[in-house]
Design a protein around this ligand. Structure first.
Ligand SMILES: O=C(O)CCC(=O)C(=O)O
Ligand SMILES: [Fe+2]
Length: 347
């Protein structure tokens, strides 16, 4: 159960980078457990990544500054019938479907080939290879592949500590790493001229760019820009804002991890307010020289990384008292509710 928290706690994970003592790791494990059992969300500081926050966001800004036709060359099959990619690649904004979910995104999976075959047939191939823009217009492919590996390693270290906190061996989640289908997602919420910025954290007039949801998987690690807008719901149903804290990542629990923990950890509802024009100005202010005027319409950018197990991973509670879920079946059922996977046949 979430509690009536009024802010999102900060956890220093600097010990993950160094040779920490058993005692230091045990303390960190307990802290993660307590936070995930109450808020389900935290800021992580001193995370062991070789890219700084602005470098990560700049990769997202550079992608969305590409001409629309370049991005549409990478569009998933739902948006371009003649394309082969169904799960990885670009999705454009879809104002006609939901104007409270106005975002475009680019999704990247593992760069190593996946060996497991799906147990059920589906129009989505979760294991397909990535698609990339032309290297001259977007030279960030290898940096994004590295970032993906580093986030996967960070998620796996966090999972070891969570396993210990659930009285399991530290390698309890090793089967979740086999042919893991984690997703690194670049996101852009365009600026909205009709959005009043700086208003309170609740109320019926709120304009959203991402509707309230829980994440479907295991763990999410999020880089967000400083334009604000992320809000997390507490037990009273109040929306608590989770603005960017310099140098931090946000981490949160997904539905499957809540299940694995036997309900000890909570997958907390969250949403993103639509960025106003002031967010656009701040995004432009942060752009580096090479992007200059091209990205003048940028609103909010963020880069969530969703740690996901392999297609056939059996996800079950540590208590062993509930049925199991096959990851691939779970995610395919969830996709039916996500705007970026709807196509004409679904409407
Ligand atoms: O953009 C953000 O800050 C949050 C995105 C999010 O919640 C998601 O993609 O699941
Ligand atoms: Fe989310």
């Amino acid at each position: 159960m979430t509690t009536s928290f009024s802010s999102v706690p900060v956890i220093d994970v600097g010990h993950l980078a160094s040779e920490a003592s058993e005692q230091e790791l045990a303390t960190l494990s307990k802290r993660l457990h307590d936070v995930f059992a109450t808020t389900g969300f935290a800021y992580l500081t001193n995370a062991p990544l070789s890219y700084n926050h602005e470098q990560v966001l700049d990769m997202s800004r550079a992608f969305f500054a590409l001409p629309e036709e370049e991005k549409m060359k990478l569009a998933k099959r739902s948006f371009r019938r003649d394309h082969k990619n169904t799960y990885r690649g670009y999705f454009p904004t879809q104002p006609e479907l939901a104007n409270d979910n106005l975002k475009e995104g680019f999704e990247i999976g593992p760069s190593q080939p996946i060996h497991t075959q799906p147990t059920s047939s589906s129009k989505f191939n979760l294991a397909e290879t990535n698609v990339w823009p032309d290297a001259t217009s977007f030279p960030m492919r290898s940096a994004l592949e590295n970032l993906y590996s580093e986030l996967q390693a960070l998620a796996s270290k966090l999972l070891s500590l969570l396993a210990i906190s659930l009285d399991k061996p530290s390698d309890y989640f090793a089967p979740y790493l086999d042919d893991s289908l984690s997703t690194l997602r670049l996101l852009h919420y365009p600026a909205n001229a009709s959005t009043a910025s700086g208003s309170g954290s609740s109320g019926p007039e709120v304009k959203l760019s991402c509707t309230p949801h829980t994440d479907s998987g295991i763990l999410t690690l999020l880089h967000q820009d400083s334009s604000g807008g992320l809000e997390v719901r507490n037990a009273q149903g109040e929306w608590v804002s989770a603005p960017y804290i310099p140098g931090s990542l946000v981490v949160n629990i997904g539905d499957l991890m809540a299940k694995v923990s036997g309900g000890r950890f909570v997958a907390t509802m969250h949403r993103v307010r639509a960025p106003g024009l002031s967010a656009s100005a701040s995004a432009i202010g942060q752009l580096n020289g090479q992007l200059n005027g091209q990205a003048a319409s940028l609103g909010r950018v963020s880069v969530p990384f969703f740690f996901e197990p392999g297609e056939n991973c059996l996800v079950r509670s540590v208590d062993g008292d509930e049925g199991f879920v096959v990851y691939g079946e779970h995610v395919r059922a969830k996709m039916k509710t996500w705007v970026e996977f709807q196509d004409e046949e679904d409407r």
